[in-house]
Structure formats: structure tokens, C-alpha cells
Design a protein around this ligand. Sequence first.
Ligand code: NAP
Length: 351
Amino acid sequence: MSHEFYMQRCFQLAAFGKGLVAPNPMVGAVLVHNEDIIAEGFHHKFGGPHAEVVALQNINDAALLKNSILYVNLEPCSHFGKTPPCADLIIEKQIGQVVIANLDPFPQVNGSGIEKLKAAGIKVISGILEKEGRFLNRRFFHFHEKKMPWVILKWAETNDGFIASLPENKNERVTLISNQESRTLVHQWRSEESAIMVGMNTLLTDNPYLNSRLVNGQNPVRIVLGNGNELPPDLNIFEDKNTSVLIYNFSITEIKGNAEWVKLEKNGQVLNQLLHDLYKRGLNSLIVEGGTITLSSFINAGLWNEARVFKAPHSLGSGIAAPKLPNAKVLTNQAIGSDRLCCIINTENFN
Ligand SMILES: NC(=O)c1ccc[n+]([C@@H]2O[C@H](COP(=O)([O-])OP(=O)(O)OC[C@H]3O[C@@H](n4cnc5c(N)ncnc54)[C@H](OP(=O)(O)O)[C@@H]3O)[C@@H](O)[C@H]2O)c1
């Protein structure tokens, strides 16, 4: 079997940590002896043991390690963080060879884990499926390299390109554009990201909960942008006291229970300020769910990484027009029941 085969298995295992390990990366590890997988592991949750440690715990015959290869999608750490260095453990267990997809972007690690292994006489190969590994951990790499969260734009539009009825059509307001299957999928996505955001108009017209209630998963931190110093206290976003709410505004700094008002400067850099603040809070991904003014401001500033757009089969005739994306690479275009889902990546911000 090729190195790529076992690395693919590391990616599969790593993905089990989706939504549970942030801001850490998703990591999987596989121990191979004479082409047989003898143990596997992955990083289960933030602060928990690293993938290499779990794989080594799962081994039945430690005598095989000397002639085994450890496959792991991220360079083993060489520093004391929440857990002791994995590089030291690999050396102690006398594993013969280590194969890696990506170097760790952390300045304390970058290349030093590999150097430590090599210095101990372990053969190291790196760069196997490097691009695929970067894509799997795109939130993690972007967060550390650009010092801001990975931004996913999401909206649903009608067949004729509207995201909602006009505000003046109060009595005939269409509140749901996409179907139930699509909405459940969106809740799954919410549970996989660190934060979720809407603009002030969406908050006040739709009164959303911004949680993951349709699936069994974590709730993201809820974020609103706009002049929100006097928000009704009975809004649904304030209901769940266990999840934080951040209200980015231009007039006050204040903390009330689980809600925090964060003052931004009203200049051309509003979204940069906001994303930088999320970086400082350790939130490595953000899903932006509308409306058009908010989504368009991310698009115009070039501060987005992915877009996930649902197109419903029905029309509205008039309403709030959907945002317009510049040319970008379409990753997938598929049916979700009666809706179509188009997933797009901003190649300007990802390589
Ligand atoms: N179909 C869908 O997927 C979907 C999803 C979400 C919402 N919607 C619909 O969208 C409609 C609302 O959309 P909308 O376009 O009118 O408004 P919106 O984007 O929800 O909110 C716009 C407001 O947010 C604040 N804001 C957003 N970006 C900003 C920036 N870069 N800098 C400063 N302030 C910023 C401003 O608040 P201030 O004016 O307070 O400063 C702005 O007026 C609702 O009817 C809702 O139902 C549809």
C-alpha cells in the first residue's frame, strides 16, 4: 500500500474530531506494520490526548513498534502544551519511521518536531497529501497564518434570486426559503463552527436562536453586528444562558450575563476589527448567515473563505436581492431534496 493510502485513513479518523477539537486541528494517526494497520487513533476533543498518543494506547504488541511506521496528518508536537510532547513519546517507543502530511504552523513547533525525531535516528517523510491535509484543517491553518477565523457565508435564495420578502410586506412575509432537509444540514454546519453571525436587521426581523437545535452538537458563539445598544432583552438569542452572545456595535462596551457588547471604530475596517477580535478570543471559524447587507460587506471586503448557497425551486417575484459573489471555484453542486446546494471556495484566500 502507498503512503497516500494510509494518510487518507488518517484524514478519515481526524474528521471524527470535527466541531469538537477547535481551535486545535483535527488529527488522525495510524500505526502500520508490514502493511497491516495495527492501531489507530484521533484527537477526540480540545484538551484531550493527541492522535499519536491514542494510537499508541491502542497497540496490542509494543514489540512491533520498532519496525512500524506511524502515519499522522500533522507534525508531532515538540513542546509542552496541554499535553506532553508527542515527539518525545514517539522516540521513547522507538518507532522506526514517521510519515506526515503537514508541518505545524505554530512557531514553537514548525519543523522542530521533525528535527527532534530525525535527531533521534527516526526516518521522517513529510508532505504526503499536503494539499488535502491543508484543506481538511483549513480553519486551523488560516487562523494561525492570517490571524483571523475562517469565514463561511451561507444563505438561501429563491429561484428568482431573493433571500426574503421586502420589510414592508409584513403580512405576506416569507420566512423560510429552503426546505427542512437543508435547514437540518445548516444546523449540522453550525455545530461544526466556533461562531455564527447575523446582521442587525436579521436579528430584529427574524428573532433567530442561532443554535444547533435540530442536531446533536455544540452551539456556536452567537454574534450580531450593528447598532444594538438597546436590544429587547427577550430576544431568542439571549434565551440560552450557556452560550455567549457578542454584540459588535459602535457605541458601548458592556457585559450583561452571557452577553457582551464590544465597541468597534466606525471606519473602513469594521470587519477586520471584528475578525481580529474573534481571533483574540480563540474562535477559529465563523459562519455568517445573512442578511444581504452583512454578507455583501464580507464579499466586498474580500474577507470570506467559503460560501454555501441554497437555491429553492420556488419564486418570490420581489424582495431583498441575494448577495452577488465574484468569480470563485465551485467545489460541489448537489441536490438537497428539492433545493440545490452550491459550495464555493474563495481561491484568493486559500491555496
Ligand atoms: N434567506 C436567507 O438565507 C436569509 C438569511 C438571513 C436573513 N435573511 C433575511 O434578510 C433580511 C435582512 O437582511 P438585510 O440585508 O436587510 O440586513 P442584515 O444584513 O441582516 O443587517 C444589516 C445591518 O447589520 C449591520 N451591519 C451589517 N454589516 C455591517 C458592516 N459591515 N458594518 C456596519 N454595520 C453592519 C447594520 O446595522 P445597523 O443599521 O444597526 O448599523 C446593517 O444595517 C431579513 O428579512 C431576513 O429575513 C434571509
